[in-house]
Design a protein around this ligand. Structure first.
Ligand SMILES: Cc1cc2nc3c(=O)[nH]c(=O)nc-3n(C[C@H](O)[C@H](O)[C@H](O)COP(=O)(O)OP(=O)(O)OC[C@H]3O[C@@H](n4cnc5c(N)ncnc54)[C@H](O)[C@@H]3O)c2cc1C
Length: 232
């Protein structure tokens, strides 16, 4: 089972996958009626050529289904990757599928607790850097707030309030779980945008884990993809 633990309670697990390194080259070679059973140097050259010249359709025959557990604020950033999410799209890039655990059915039990309180960046309004000195003070404020919120949530539930309403008081560090199915091309686009210095540290941990999982599933294709696209 391919699985990476992330943050304090999160993970990414590979549920299923379609294709192998050979799939890309065989999808391209169908143009001239050929199919191979072993990946060799001529395939490496072909993958490189395809990636370099933006012949991306062969890369969309590789599809992976992931089970992801991440804090809600991470998933909100992830959901911005929306290629083809609208069901009416006829674009070839229509290849994401999302399903998510429902806080209407299942009470929320897990919350993310950061191990480091980062300082607001001086030169990038969106970013953080380093650590604040008063880690203990920040921990105390955070723990007090979480204790109060979780107790009040439980109290609403025990009054018989529906889960769909009681959750209105819950913060963005609540963990959620999704199944995400996407093509190689869409996954690599996510990694390129989110394993990057300006991305938030927490989503970056997911992008790094995703990159390692993709390396294990499609080692040749991922290696070549990064060779071609590094420094882009
Ligand atoms: C560091 C960082 C900060 C961000 N800050 C903000 C923010 O403050 N507010 C905010 O709203 N968002 C923010 N975003 C999200 C960002 O604007 C994108 O929505 C998100 O990164 C998804 O990227 P994407 O469009 O490449 O992904 P996808 O929607 O998955 O698209 C993948 C690729 O498909 C192609 N594509 C997509 N749609 C079309 C189309 N209609 N026609 C042709 N080709 C298409 C493009 O090549 C695209 O790169 C931020 C992202 C990052 C990485």
């Amino acid at each position: 089972m391919l699985k990476k633990e992330i943050l304090d309670k999160g993970f990414i697990e590979v549920v299923d996958k379609l294709g192998s390194d050979l799939t890309v080259v065989n999808s391209a070679r169908v143009s001239f009626g050929k199919r191979k059973t072993e990946f060799d140097d001529s395939d490496r050259k072909l993958v490189k050529f395809l990636a370099k010249h933006k012949h991306w359709s062969p890369f969309r025959h590789l599809v992976v289904q992931f089970h992801i557990k991440a804090p809600e604020f991470v998933m909100r950033q992830w959901y911005k990757h929306v290629v083809g999410i609208e069901t009416s799209s006829s674009y070839a890039t229509k290849d994401h599928a999302w399903n998510e655990i429902s806080g209407r059915y299942v009470p929320v039990t897990d919350y993310y607790s950061p191990s480091n309180w980062r300082r607001q960046s001086d030169n990038n309004k969106q970013a953080s850097e380093g650590s604040i000195e008063e880690q203990g003070d920040a921990d105390k404020i955070f723990n007090d707030a979480m204790k109060s919120i979780t107790e009040h949530y439980e109290q609403l539930l025990s009054l018989g309030v529906a889960k769909e309403q009681a959750r209105l008081i819950l913060p963005l560090n609540q963990y959620t779980e999704v199944y995400w199915t996407a093509s190689f091309q869409a996954i690599m686009n996510f990694i390129e945008l989110r394993d990057e210095a300006t991305a938030q540290w927490e989503i970056r941990q997911y992008a790094i884990a995703l990159k390692e999982l993709m390396m294990e599933i499609y080692p040749e294709t991922v290696k070549i993809w990064f060779e071609v696209n590094s420094g882009k």
